[in-house]
Design a binder for this molecule. Structure first.
Ligand code: SF4
Length: 323
């Protein structure tokens, strides 16, 4: 459904060009949830912004291809991209109030969004809006369809945003930290709702999060990003049970487990480099406990290993050659 190839996003600054996303490629299939994880500054949200054509200036997509349903959507005009957002790509952000207009009832917002993208009468749109509110779990939806966003709790507002993201039957939903602002008790319900509704509709989901627990419970596959590059991508169970890339090993070690003997909390030493100071070779080498000579000199290519794709010299034959 979504296919990204060699995506490169650059920011032209006074002191030179900074590369925020550097050669990222991945696919998301129908009804599949791809978790995109990494620390703050890894490039997760910029990748999402590039897909929806909303990279803030002076940033721009400098290279690569973004295809939705086989059709290229990078390089569309602002008007064409506006039609893609909302209709073909639904968005769920951390703060529901960024997606909702405080001046209109939730019902009116759903009806308006549907009618701007789909050929529906006002009555049909209203019936669909009500059905969607019921489906996302708004209690007494028939009475609450006329309520305003501030009249809902945070969790209920995020349910309304999910209805809004899905109301035009998009092919892709980008959910960027959709539960970070919510109480822990409602996080799991919201994630389960996104997963169920998108799977039922065959909608692809890109789930951007810094929280490995969220990915472990929700995603089918996971892409680990570091310094604007892909470190490892593969099925979520493989990556959690047996991560290959040393950065992924550190991230997975940070998932708390009931089985504390098997999985202690691990801290990755150091911090993510600033865009202006991304190290040469493997960007992770100053923090990597397994770094060897080649790591500082050459950027590792993405190679296939055990059903995943990983960018690390430990798996491209360099480590054996160095012994
Ligand atoms: Fe560590 Fe080298 Fe692999 Fe980078 S390429 S993750 S520095 S072992």
């Amino acid at each position: 459904m979504l296919s990204i190839r060699d995506l490169r996003v650059e920011f032209a600054m006074r002191r030179g060009v900074l590369t925020a996303i550097d050669g990222v490629s991945f696919d998301i299939g129908r009804g599949e949830v791809l978790g995109v994880v990494g620390e703050s500054g890894a490039g997760k949200s910029v990748t999402g912004a590039a897909i929806i054509g909303l990279v803030d200036p002076p940033g721009r997509v400098a290279d690569g291809e973004i295809r939705l349903g086989g059709e290229r959507i990078d390089g569309l005009s602002e008007d064409e991209m506006r039609a893609v957002r909302g209709r073909r790509i639904g968005m769920i952000f951390q703060d529901p109030l960024t997606s909702l207009n405080p001046l209109f009832s939730v019902g009116d917002q759903l009806v308006e969004t549907m009618r701007s993208h789909l050929d529906l009468t006002a009555g049909e749109a209203r019936r669909r809006a009500l059905a969607l509110l019921v489906e996302v779990g708004i209690p007494a939806a028939e009475e609450r369809i006329g309520a305003y966003p501030h009249e809902f709790s945070g969790g209920m507002r995020q349910r309304v945003v999910i209805a809004l993201a899905l109301c035009a039957e998009p092919e892709l939903v980008i959910a960027d930290e959709p539960t970070t602002a919510l109480d822990v008790s409602v996080q799991a319900q919201i994630l389960a709702l996104i997963k169920r509704l998108c799977r039922d509709r065959g909608t692809a989901v890109m789930l951007v999060t810094h929280d490995m627990g969220v990915v472990a419970n929700t995603a089918d596959r996971v892409a680990v990003m570091y310094a604007g590059r892909l470190a490892e991508i593969g099925p979520v169970s493989d990556l959690i049970d047996q991560p290959l890339h040393p950065y992924a090993v550190g991230l997975m070690g940070a998932i708390p487990s009931l089985d504390q003997d098997a999985r202690r909390l691990v801290q990755i030493p150091g911090t993510m480099p600033r865009l202006s100071a991304i190290p040469g070779g493997c960007a992770f080498h100053p923090r990597c406990p397994q770094a060897f000579e080649r790591c500082a000199a050459r950027r590792p290519p993405l190679v296939a290993k055990d059903g995943r794709t990983v960018a690390c010299h430990l798996y491209d034959g360099s480590a054996e050659a160095a012994r």
